[in-house]
Design a protein around this ligand. Structure first.
Ligand SMILES: *[C@@H]1O[C@H](CO)[C@@H](O)[C@H](O)[C@H]1NC(C)=O
Ligand SMILES: *[C@@H]1O[C@H](CO)[C@@H](O)[C@H](O)[C@H]1NC(C)=O
Ligand SMILES: *[C@@H]1O[C@H](CO)[C@@H](O)[C@H](O)[C@H]1NC(C)=O
Ligand SMILES: *[C@@H]1O[C@H](CO)[C@@H](O)[C@H](O)[C@H]1NC(C)=O
Ligand SMILES: *[C@@H]1O[C@H](CO)[C@@H](O)[C@H](O)[C@H]1NC(C)=O
Ligand SMILES: *[C@@H]1O[C@H](CO)[C@@H](O)[C@H](O)[C@H]1NC(C)=O
Length: 476
């Protein structure tokens, strides 16, 4: 591989533009010669410098987990433009091969930038983009990537994947571009929309799988065939400033779905879909969400867990600073009867709600099935759940609902500074088999939660002292 240190200096203003342009030109020629292909054409020069500018703020960010540092200085980067690999970008031509070829090039080239240029629509079939890649890959999406819209012609080898990124270590996805699953025909074919249709799984628009040290910044993900964006079997993922949207009536279009993943941060993002804005499921822990707008949708959910007698474990989840508007649930934990495992150490705080149907809800009788579900003796155990500074309007009378199993009660629930009310002032709290404490202002009052359990006192002490350490390792 070639080494291209364009400029050691961090201050690009020290170099006259003219000289910079010459250096860049030489760089392009060298690249073209070395690779035997025109990776970069003339207008890319402009794009490259724009990309550098986009990057500028990265250096100000505190280091997070073990993510690699992103270079802020000019140079050292190799642009791989999908257009140079024959992508047409007219929304009708199949650009899959161009994307795959560009991926191969970018993935095998250290410090490369895979560019999807602005102003065009790239039709891409279901594709698995696989790592591991050479270091510091950046995927810069400025244009729109669209999925073929006909379920009948979908590649049967990828029933659950549209754009899947597998096995990456240290990659950045960013840009002002759009990933559009063109899901409308999938939604119409769903058994939720038309009871005569079979219940079949549909693809997820964007999937990050078996990866670590991934940042996703600024992208829009919309109209997912089913889920919009899934993080699966991954570690150290940071998602910032993304927008996820699908119509309110689109079935099962979860916004961001986190499964079997650890150390995930989701920040400053806006999600409105036909299902959960965020869903966190099995084998996930240390999940932090901050600055989330949710609506429409089914709220911020942990679960569902425990379906078909399975084991579900979710621990250490924090939601801080969120606004939910017009959602069918607010802060929800949902588990099926007959499951096993646990949900533990969860904190929801500084949440405002407007016209939310079930603002605070634990539902251990969750049953998203055409058939009704029987009560069973086992259940996913729920404990150490803190709700603090939660206020706003509830659309249902039971503004707070703790529906817990008789055999596996919910315990150590903490309410602190809660103010939820219906428009007509009749909000109430429902508890079944739930224990915990409340302190500070609590409306509607939650006497049904009152616990004589001595362990609660211990818990209160823990919450006041070491809770930050306990529930959350690093502040956002
Ligand atoms: C990830 O990459 C490693 C190393 O090449 C390989 O052994 C492993 O099978 C890959 N895993 C997946 C899920 O692709
Ligand atoms: C439901 O699906 C069936 C079979 O696919 C179709 O014949 C019927 O027209 C659909 N109904 C509606 C209301 O779309
Ligand atoms: C949940 O995760 C655990 C641990 O990874 C695993 O053993 C179990 O099979 C998972 N359950 C489901 C339903 O996938
Ligand atoms: C399951 O148990 C709950 C709590 O005791 C009860 O409210 C509900 O009616 C039961 N459901 C069924 C299907 O028996
Ligand atoms: C809860 O709200 C109060 C008053 O707005 C604020 O002082 C406090 O810091 C908040 N608590 C947390 C944990 O953010
Ligand atoms: C528990 O009961 C005490 C005494 O009746 C009351 O002051 C307190 O507000 C209750 N806690 C909750 C969470 O309602």
């Amino acid at each position: 591989m070639i080494s291209l240190d364009l400029c050691e200096s961090r201050n690009t203003e020290e170099i006259p533009e003219e000289i910079m342009a010459k250096i860049l030109f030489l760089f392009f020629v060298l690249l073209t010669v070395t690779h035997g292909i025109a990776l970069i054409n003339l207008s890319d020069e402009v794009i490259l410098s724009e990309l550098e500018d986009l990057d500028a703020e990265e250096g100000d960010e505190a280091e997070f987990f073990d993510l690699p540092k992103w270079e802020t200085h000019r140079g050292n980067k190799i642009l791989v433009n999908v257009d140079s690999f024959g992508a047409v970008g007219d929304g009708a031509s199949d650009d899959t091969k161009a994307f795959v070829d560009a991926w191969k090039q970018a993935c095998s080239t250290p410090k490369s930038v895979l560019l999807v240029p602005a102003g065009r629509f790239y039709l891409v079939n279901p594709t698995r983009f696989r790592g591991p890649c050479a270091g510091r890959l950046r995927v810069q999406i400025e244009g729109t990537i669209i999925a073929p819209d006909e379920p009948k012609n979908w590649d049967p080898k990828n029933p659950r994947i549209w754009l899947g990124f597998f096995n990456l270590t240290g990659a950045l996805f960013q840009g002002g571009g759009v990933i559009d699953g063109s899901g409308s025909k999938w939604w119409a074919a769903s058994c939720k929309k038309n009871k005569t249709n079979p219940c079949k799984a549909a693809p997820t628009a964007l999937t990050i799988y078996a990866s670590s040290g991934i940042k996703v910044k600024g992208l829009t993900i919309q109209n997912g065939q089913q889920m919009n964006f899934a993080i699966s079997r991954s570690d150290s993922i940071r998602i910032t400033g993304v927008k996820v949207s699908a119509p309110e009536d689109s079935p099962n279009t979860d916004g961001i779905h986190i499964t079997e993943s650890t150390n995930v941060v989701l920040q400053n993002s806006r999600i409105g879909t036909g299902d959960d804005c965020v869903s966190i499921v099995n084998a996930s822990s240390n999940i932090k969400m901050k600055g989330i707008y949710c609506g429409p949708g089914h709220g911020i959910s942990i679960g569902s867990l425990g379906k078909d007698n399975s084991v579900g474990i979710v621990t250490q989840v924090v939601l801080d600073n969120a606004f939910l508007r017009g959602t069918t649930n607010g802060l929800r934990i949902k588990t099926w009867q007959g499951g096993a495992g646990y949900v533990r150490a969860v904190r929801f705080q500084n949440v405002r709600m407007q016209d939310v149907s079930n603002p605070i809800i634990i539902d251990q009788f969750y049953c998203d099935s055409p058939k009704s579900c029987q009560n069973q003796t086992s259940a996913v155990e729920i404990s150490e759940i803190v709700y603090r500074n939660v206020s706003g309007t509830s659309k249902s009378q039971k503004a707070i609902k703790f529906a817990c199993s008789d055999n596996v009660p919910c315990s150590h629930i903490v309410l602190n500074n809660i103010n939820l009310e219906t428009r007509d002032g009749t909000a109430e709290v429902y508890c079944n088999s739930a224990t915990g404490i409340g302190y500070g202002y609590i409306h509607p009052s939650a006497e049904c939660l009152n616990s004589s359990d001595k362990k609660i006192e211990k818990m209160e002490a823990m919450l006041d002292e070491s809770k930050e350490e306990y529930l959350i390792h690093t502040e956002l």
